[in-house]
Write a protein that binds this ligand. Structure first.
Ligand code: AMP
Ligand code: ZN
Length: 445
């Protein structure tokens, strides 16, 4: 599986991460179905925006992209997106890209224009436009096509290799090639790296819907033009994340980052729940209320997870509920990744299992194990159990001193003081419970 990765000029926003979460859902679902997954995700570390950013701050492109790539990996890990097997960088595959362009030139599918850039000749590739059904739409050159296109044979032709400009040299974004100094066009890296690591034909190629045209159309033209065989057997595209009904995008100025999310106290489990509340083919609107609803929902999942792991006995009804969960969640996920339906199956299970656990007595460990494994299977795909709240060391000693003060108050039968200490502790989000072995406490989710 090849999935187009981030352009590392700015930390990825939650819109980008919606696409990466959909791909995470896809890889986890494929594995649930028994497939082995090998995923390659490229890092776009040379393009117009990166060069612009570097040049305006007197940096080289790698000085811009390296810290942003680190932030991407940190944010990805925070959101529990499984790592791809490989993250190749565009700038480390210039040789492969040049070889691909050479092949296209030899086949007569590419030409060098007067501006010294090399273009793909769309008119000589009859399949151009099949993926995006271009014949049914008017052609609007994409944003990443070189704008001054009077040099080209056809306005639709896109750049494979762009002749170097002074800012490219200044920011170290220029390389030697048979056509002179220059740099690769954006689409080229994916064709070259997918071929190098996954072969001429991929099983699955993924990305956001905005990549269908021109990016993926151009990848197909380059790859199939060079190899003569199908580039990807399946194409999977995720719909947009919106804010206030508009695509979340840097240029619109409505982006939220993973750092913003953490600052707002929203964890990975809640964001995943929010993203999986709608199918990947539908647009999803980000609102505060929706995030809050997801926070409440995953709190329930977390409380249930705690209860299930602490339980000492199950019931026959629990075995039945586990079977239903496995069947329904798999049917939903295998139906074109119907995550919302899988989430609903999980909540049905939680409701049923909670009432079974209310009635459980005795020692039915087998039923418990059955329930735990069904829960783990479905959560292994969705991954929506919130992190156990962490307790700062100062809070730990504070609670210990309060509990001992409360015990002393109780010992001298001063119940007013004892109660007020309990309220003080609870106000810090800590629940206490008096047991025969003394007072126990825990941070509540
Ligand atoms: P970029 O870093 O711009 O190359 O984009 C990385 C990925 O994020 C691509 O697959 C885009 O299609 C996707 N993407 C960009 N904006 C959004 C959005 N608002 N919602 C969902 N996916 C997006
Ligand atoms: Zn790509």
């Amino acid at each position: 599986m090849y999935t187009c990765g981030p352009t590392v000029y700015n930390p990825a926003h939650l819109g980008n991460f919606r696409t990466f979460l959909f791909e995470d859902l896809l890889r986890r679902t494929l594995r649930l179905a028994g497939w082995k997954v090998y995923q390659v995700m490229n890092i776009t570390d040379v393009d117009d925006k990166i060069i612009g950013r570097a040049d305006s701050s007197g940096k080289t492109i790698s000085e811009v992209t390296e810290p942003v790539t680190d932030i991407f990996q940190r944010d990805r890990e925070f959101l529990r997106i499984e790592p791809a097997e490989m993250y190749p960088k565009a700038t480390e595959h210039i040789g492969e890209m040049i070889a691909l362009v050479q092949q296209l030139v030899e086949k007569g599918l590419a030409y060098q224009a007067d501006d010294r850039s090399v273009y793909f000749a769309i008119a000589r590739f009859p399949n151009y436009g099949r993926l995006s059904r271009l014949d049914t739409r008017t052609i609007r050159p994409g944003a990443r096509v070189i704008a001054d296109d009077y040099n080209k044979e056809d306005v639709r032709d896109f750049a494979l290799w762009k002749a170097a400009k002074p800012e490219d040299e200044r920011t170290r974004a220029a390389w030697d090639s048979p056509w002179g100094r220059g740099r690769p066009g954006w689409h080229l890296e994916c064709s070259a790296m997918a071929r190098k690591y996954l072969g001429d034909t991929l099983d699955i190629h993924g990305g956001g819907v905005d990549l269908i045209f021109p990016h993926h159309e151009d990848e197909i033209a380059q790859s199939e033009g060079a190899t003569g065989v199908t580039f990807s057997r399946f194409w999977c595209h995720g719909e947009f994340l919106l804010t206030d009904g508009e695509k979340m995008a840097k240029r619109v100025g409505n982006v939220m980052s993973v750092t913003d999310l953490r600052d707002a106290g929203v964890g990975a489990a809640a964001l995943r729940h929010f993203v999986f509340s709608v199918r990947y083919r539908q647009q999803l609107n980000l609102t505060e209320e929706a995030l809050e609803a997801s926070q409440r929902a995953v709190r329930r999942v977390g409380e249930f997870a705690d209860r299930l792991s602490a339980a000492t006995s199950g019931t026959p009804g629990l075995v039945e509920a586990a079977g239903t969960l496995e069947r329904d969640a798999k049917a939903a996920l295998f139906d074109d990744l119907n995550a919302p339906q899988a989430v609903a199956a999980l909540f049905d299970f939680i409701r049923r299992a909670n009432s079974e656990l209310d009635q459980a007595h005795g020692d039915d460990k087998t039923a418990l194990e059955r329930a735990r494994s069904a829960f783990a299977m479905v959560n292994g795909v969705l991954d929506i159990v919130p992190d156990a709240p962490s307790v700062a060391p100062y809070l730990e000693s504070w609670v210990a001193s309060k509990i001992s003060a409360r015990e002393q108050a109780r010992a001298r039968r001063d119940f007013n003081t004892a109660d007020s200490i309990r309220r003080e502790i609870e106000a810090r989000g800590i629940a206490i419970e008096d047991t025969p072995l003394g007072t126990k406490w825990k941070k509540v989710r």
